[in-house]
Design a protein around this ligand. Structure first.
Ligand SMILES: CC(C)[C@H](C(=O)O)[C@@H](O)C(=O)O
Ligand code: SF4
Length: 437
């Protein structure tokens, strides 16, 4: 028998069986999450399956957030918020409210997830937790509602696609560019129901907030999960962010002779900044192919690129400058701690001085609900993860996806701009060492 992949080992441990790709297993869940959109339906299922007064499988490892329509943009959203608050209070679960931030940012920052965990979230970007060596995956509200009662869920053990990257990224090229290229190469369904595993010297040298970007967007190529093997960097990052001790002996790593479905090898030194054209993340091209495309709105935020380090890159580019006259910029920090840190470090002032609008932490206009929805004919360049038709508003609007550096550079000129070309190159890689409060 060949060795096992990280995903096979993790699901073997959680199911108490010798799990191999293709097997069906019943696995113990470590952490469960739902938010203001998916929570209320999950509560209904929980009540049907287990009864109104049943206990959660683990209240301390259950987290509910209010982040999608936050603050409430209508009565229905406000009622959903109250449903989340009531259910969490009644069952003793962790609950984060309006302004606390996006579920995926909160779960990592607050230390709910650790390497080796099996995490389900009623949100498709629950793959994010792979960035710290967990198996994170999105589930529907009904699956989540059932698992809240039982603490278990069935899984088909995924095959693993390995993305093996070597060499140094050029200045101005980031993890976002890597993942857009991977998605462009395998297609929006190229990794469907498979685990993506990101390996190689380039990945090993990526700071953890960048690894989270790779895992976050695994779902945009269909991935069941997307995992970076955890290492000392993972432990240091989590210990710094959360104050928790991290025991890497609880984590999993693929065997050298693991049976990968495929291995995709990349030379990082050759990668240009990438932009995904409307209206699919798989439409990734070199920034040079779309340079000069005029834009109306810039959106900096989301669970992909709304961390402090991302927003700081944009602020460093815009420091002392103003937005091009034809654009508006919406900045939405991923969490309250990012927001506070922006205030303390002057990033908030730099961005508002440049002409940006800064909103409360949350999902913002990412899924087109509120706080910066696009109108007919609007073209947006976003640090987000999705650009499907109508994603950020009108079916007649268009969204291009890129890294924070590309969005920052483009803000100066009002058109898509190669971040490697900005004359006043203000990149400051030391920000990767900064510690959040
Ligand atoms: C609303 C929610 C179910 C959805 C998701 O699961 O992805 C949202 O977060 C999104 O990004 O479109
Ligand atoms: S930021 Fe966007 S992609 Fe992420 S959870 Fe919110 S709506 Fe979904």
């Amino acid at each position: 028998m060949p060795g096992k992949t990280l995903a096979e080992k993790l699901l073997s441990e959680k199911s108490g069986s010798d799990a191999r790709a293709g097997d069906y297993v019943e696995a113990q869940i470590d952490v469960a999450m739902a938010h203001d959109i998916t929570g209320p339906l999950a509560f209904q299922t929980f009540h049907e399956v287990a009864g109104e007064d049943a206990d959660l499988f683990a209240p301390d490892r259950t987290i509910f957030t209010i982040d999608h329509h936050a603050p409430a943009d209508g009565v229905q959203a406000a009622n959903n918020h109250n449903a989340v608050r009531d259910f969490a209070a009644k069952h003793g679960a962790n609950q984060f409210d309006v302004g606390d931030g996006i579920c995926h940012a909160v779960l990592v920052e607050e230390g709910f997830v650790k390497p080796g965990d099996l995490v389900i979230g009623a949100d498709s970007h629950s793959t994010t937790y792979g960035g710290i060596g967990a198996f994170g995956t999105g589930v529907g509200s009904t699956d989540l509602g059932t698992a809240l009662a039982t603490g278990e869920l069935w899984f088909r053990v995924p095959q693993t696609m390995r993305f093996d990257v070597h060499g140094d990224l050029q200045d101005g090229v980031y993890a976002k560019d890597l993942i857009l290229r991977f998605i462009g190469d395998v297609g929006f369904d190229g990794c469907t129901y498979k685990a993506a595993e990101y390996t190689g010297s380039t990945i090993e040298s990526l700071p953890v907030h960048e690894r989270l970007v790779l895992s976050n967007m695994a779902i945009e190529m269909g991935g069941k999960t997307g995992i970076v093997p955890p290492d000392e960097r993972t432990a240091e990052y989590l210990e710094r962010q959360t104050g928790n001790d991290i025991d890497l002996s609880d984590a999993f790593h693929s065997d050298d002779d693991a049976d990968y479905e495929s291995v995709h090898t990349y030379d990082a030194t050759e990668l240009a900044p990438q932009v995904s054209k409307p209206s699919n993340p798989e439409n990734a091209v070199d920034v040079t192919d779309v340079e000069g495309t005029e834009i109306d709105q810039l959106f900096v935020g989301t669970c992909t690129n709304g961390r402090y380090e991302d927003i700081k890159i944009v602020a460093d580019i815009l420091a002392g400058e103003t937005l091009a006259p034809n654009v508006r910029m919406v900045v939405v920090p991923a969490s309250k701690s990012v927001y506070t840190h922006m205030l303390h470090t002057g990033v908030f002032e730099t961005l508002t001085d440049a002409g940006a609008i800064i909103q409360n932490a949350g999902c913002g206009p990412c899924a087109g609900y509120h706080q910066g929805v696009l109108g007919d004919g609007d073209i947006c360049l976003a640090t987000a993860n999705r650009n499907f038709p109508g994603r950020e508003g009108s079916m007649d609007s268009e969204v291009y996806l890129a890294s924070p550096a590309t969005v920052g550079a483009s803000a100066l000129y009002g058109e898509i701009t190669d971040p490697r070309d900005i004359e006043t190159n203000r990149y400051d890689d030391t920000i990767f060492a900064e510690v959040l409060p």
